[in-house]
Design a binder for this molecule. Structure first.
Ligand code: UTP
Length: 234
């Protein structure tokens, strides 16, 4: 079965999108559209504000134990995944209600459900890397990274006005932008997790970075239409 896989950056739900209820409702409508056009869909939801807040709260007590802080981040991703899964289920979708704890469990759920929603898995990476591994496991043609920026830039456009916007780029160019495939700290990464970028390059998996705050762009990316954002191929 044709499969779409996307990661929804946690900041889309918590707290940056204006009128989050309308966003969540619009997401349900788009998901139904994608599923009724014959796709199976896997969504991997990031931690957003609860991840950052939880990590910040615990840090003075547990210091730089990155695995411990990562576990707090993972719990937040699973909370957000539960919110998305329950909203989709309530809207009448065939969505797995338990949140898979790893890629294999997600692949099993994907055999019996049109929609699988999950969060993080183990310490050492972010949900981008989970979604990229899941896309590879489910044989998707690409992984969609829905985040809170419109494109991948050559450097952070907030601090560098000369940053160049990419509409197309190669995996090697992406790795130059995101840096070495290391998990440096819990709770904060750039536009794409470098570990995920490395997995995608090694798997030859295309990536699509799209501003998930704009539901029309996200809809187009999920449906495989041309969309405004960055395509990473080759
Ligand atoms: P996110 O996937 O939300 O990562 O996971 P992020 O890049 O920090 O946040 P966004 O995309 O800007 O919202 C939150 C944190 O949870 C831990 C990491 O510490 C990550 O930074 N995590 C998440 C894991 O350790 N493993 C996972 O599989 C997922």
């Amino acid at each position: 079965m044709r499969t779409r896989v996307a990661t929804l950056g946690g900041s889309l739900l918590r707290p940056e999108v204006e009128n989050r209820h309308a966003w969540l409702e619009a997401l349900c409508t788009v998901v139904e559209e994608v599923v009724s056009s014959g796709f199976r869909l896997a969504l991997v939801v990031g931690g957003g504000a609860p991840a950052r807040e939880g990590i910040e709260l615990a840090k003075p007590m547990i210091g730089n134990d990155v695995d411990a802080l990562d576990r707090i981040g993972i719990a937040a991703t699973r909370l957000n995944a539960t919110i998305v899964a329950e909203a989709l289920r309530f809207a009448g979708n065939n969505v797995s209600t338990s949140i898979p704890i790893n890629i294999e469990e997600a692949a099993e759920h994907a055999q019996n459900h049109s929609i699988v929603v999950m969060g993080g898995t183990t310490p050492g990476h972010t949900t981008d890397a989970v979604a990229i591994r899941l896309a590879k496991r489910l044989g998707a043609e690409r992984c969609i990274i829905a985040t809170n920026v419109g494109h991948v830039f050559s450097s952070d456009p907030r601090s560098n006005p000369d940053a160049v916007k990419f509409e197309h780029m190669t995996h090697d160019q992406l790795l130059e932008v995101v840096g070495p495939a290391e998990h440096r700290n819990a709770g904060g990464s750039g536009v794409i997790d470098p570990i995920g970028a490395d997995v995608a390059r090694n798997a030859g998996l295309n990536l699509a970075v799209v501003d998930g705050r704009d539901m029309e762009r996200l809809r187009a990316a999920l449906k495989g239409e041309s969309f405004e954002g960055t395509n990473i191929e080759g």
